[in-house]
Design a protein around this ligand. Structure first.
Ligand code: UDP
Length: 321
């Protein structure tokens, strides 16, 4: 069984590729390397191509049985400033991929969605039934793909898993791959960097949470990757299309993350308190029960695992090894 991992040289795609291979799948990566890295694709066949390149896609799709799609722009702030870029890639090019997949006769598709499709949640923890009302173009672009997949299921029998990630973080236990974003905007790598020359700005300490800082559901990227394999297996067994939250079901505040970074590194995180970041809801935590019921999957790694893995990876990158 061969799987095309589109965006396979990126952070989550490269972890999914390894999880697939560990489960015995043949894996081909497809990536235009705009934000992906050859380093993360090492040891895999990599087709250097854009999602909008239909002929290239068509030729590689003849060699696979299912598609996993990770190739999206994923900065919320940038999507507000430059929605055209987001709709061009995350919607238009994604539709090219979807149509080419369909034309190739493939009927299994695993899609990287996001809790950003919910916008401001109506209740915590967030279930999959929460209304989908994204509040930025990034979330809108992902929601479009969810709608397209739902329509293609009804019309053409394309079965999909739409996996709504909460806050992915951490690094593969092998030490070979991890997060390489430029610019880095995510809390965990920034908190770790602030144990060195950097300084972390805490975006608000006046939220209605126990310590005043925002709470998020941080999920280890390897747990996420394993959920993708389970989702694919669910579709292979003839399971229906599904939309699933991928989170731990528990939340941690910004201050708790800082303390975890200090515990993992043995160093102080240099920080200052800044204003709230526009658009940040106080609490985003998944109700992760449906993924457990449907896939038999549950996140097993803790915040300490996430932070220590991210720290090891960061040291490796900094030392040039
Ligand atoms: N955050 C922060 N300082 C930073 C980056 C993030 O205080 O430099 C906070 C942010 O307000 C949010 C949490 O950390 O509450 C996680 O943010 P991140 O950007 O990692 O992920 P997001 O939840 O936006 O997807």
């Amino acid at each position: 069984m061969a799987i095309l991992v589109v965006g396979g040289a990126g952070y989550i795609g490269s972890h999914a590729a390894r999880a697939l291979r560990r489960s015995g799948y043949e894996v081909i990566l497809y990536d235009n390397l705009s934000t992906g890295h050859r380093r993360l694709a090492q040891g895999f066949e990599l087709v250097d191509g854009d999602m909008a390149d239909e002929p290239k896609l068509r030729s590689v799709l003849t060699r696979v049985d299912a598609v996993m799609h990770f190739a999206a722009h994923a900065y919320v702030g940038e999507s507000v400033e430059n929605p055209r870029k987001y709709f061009r890639n995350n919607v238009e090019a994604a539709l090219t991929l979807l149509n080419a997949t369909l034309d190739a006769g493939i009927r299994r598709f695993v899609f990287s969605s996001t809790c950003a499709v919910y916008g401001v949640p109506t209740q915590i923890p967030i279930t999959e039934e929460n209304p989908r009302q994204p509040v930025n173009p990034y979330g809108t672009s992902k929601l479009f793909c969810e709608y397209a997949l739902e329509a293609y299921d009804r019309a053409y029998g394309l079965r999909s898993a739409r996996l709504r990630y909460f806050n992915a973080a951490g690094a593969d236990e092998s030490g070979e791959i991890g997060e390489l974003h430029d610019p880095e905007t995510h809390l965990i790598p920034l908190a770790l960097a602030a144990t060195g020359p950097g300084e972390l700005q805490i975006f608000g300490t006046d939220y209605p949470t126990p310590d005043g800082t925002c709470i998020r559901d941080y999920i280890h990227v390897s747990d996420l990757a394993e959920a993708h394999v389970r989702a694919l297996q669910h579709l292979e067994k003839g399971g229906d299309s599904v939309a699933l939250n991928l989170g731990t079901g528990g939340g941690h505040s910004v201050l708790e993350v800082i303390h975890a970074a200090e515990a993992a590194t043995g160093r102080a995180v240099r920080r200052k308190v800044g204003p709230r970041r526009p658009g940040d809801p106080p609490v985003l935590v998944a109700d992760a029960r449906r993924a457990q019921q449907v896939l038999g999957w549950k996140a097993t790694r803790t915040l300490a695992d996430i932070v220590s893995g991210a720290w090891q990876w960061m040291q490796r990158v900094q030392s040039g090894s």
